[in-house]
Design a protein around this ligand. Structure first.
Ligand code: DGL
Length: 270
């Protein structure tokens, strides 16, 4: 009964944390590809190869359903995985759609034609690979019309978070928000389109100002996972153990994860 949660590193722990709170008894196997983070500066083939080998490791751990809690992998690899790689009895879900459904005021799985929505000016903060994929704009265009999106590639933020350097991460967030505001002075909403960024949510909110509604994915993804598992109870998989796997140095990754989650987390080698 285990579900897999994958990220290039520590960012997916924001999703893990929200899922854990919503479903305290669900066995979860977390996989952080910390040895290869950040993914946001890699090309699409590289991201596809790294993501599929991580997901295969999660199959081995008894997970039939894996959440790609990584926007970069969701943007660069998910479609190809679903079209040409995924075995029939397995599922991989991305993190974009729940967020866009919230932004466009839609119920889960509402596939009606695009329509006008309340927000007109949206700032997107994401990794360079997510921004250049334009996956967010594509998914949004299926659901909403007349929304102006300004995207800011936030180079360096993921590296700083992975290193546990929150002072550098904070300075970089402020400079990326400044750069965004030069292009779009008054966004109504801001999307944190990388699962690492919720660790810096207060800084984003402070730099953007209190009138900007900041959307972050963790709780939206947790809600949509709960909904999915209710409709597809068989996808809970065979695994029964909670585990934290990493391709990086387990000691260092455990220390940084413990710092961010504010409770002890023990990673082992993948
Ligand atoms: N948390 C990943 C995301 O949501 C970070 C990507 C990276 O490793 O650059 O995009």
């Amino acid at each position: 009964m285990a579900v897999g949660i994958f990220d290039s590193g520590l960012g997916g722990l924001t999703v893990y944390d929200a899922v854990r709170k919503a479903q305290p008894d669900l066995p979860i196997v977390y996989f952080g590809d910390n040895a290869h983070a950040p993914y946001g500066v890699r090309d699409a083939d590289d991201i596809f190869n790294l993501t599929t080998s991580a997901v295969e490791r999660l199959w081995e751990a008894g997970c039939d359903l894996v959440i790609l809690a990584c926007n970069t992998a969701s943007a660069a690899a998910l479609r190809k995985m679903q079209e040409s790689w995924l075995p029939e009895d397995k599922r991989v879900l991305g993190v974009f759609v729940p967020l866009i459904e919230a932004l466009t005021e839609r119920q889960w799985g509402d596939n009606s034609p695009p329509r006008e929505v309340a927000v007109k000016h949206v700032a997107l903060f994401a990794t360079p690979a997510t921004v250049s994929s334009r996956a967010f704009q594509r998914e949004l265009a299926f659901r909403a019309i007349g929304v102006d999106v300004e995207a800011q590639a936030c180079g360096g933020v993921v590296d700083a978070i992975e290193e546990g350097d929150t002072i550098l991460a904070e300075a970089l967030v402020r400079s990326h928000v400044d750069a965004l505001k030069r292009k779009m002075p008054s966004p109504e909403a801001a999307i944190l389109g990388c699962t690492h960024y919720p660790w810096m949510e207060d800084t984003f909110q402070d730099a953007l100002g209190k009138d900007v509604k900041v959307y972050s994915q963790a709780s939206l993804v947790a809600d949509s996972l709960g909904d999915y598992l209710e409709r597809h109870p068989k996808m809970r998989g065979e695994g029964t153990e909670n585990m934290f796997l990493t391709t990086g140095d387990p000691k260092k990754v455990s220390a940084h994860a413990t710092q961010f989650l504010r409770r002890s987390v023990e990673f082992v080698s993948a």
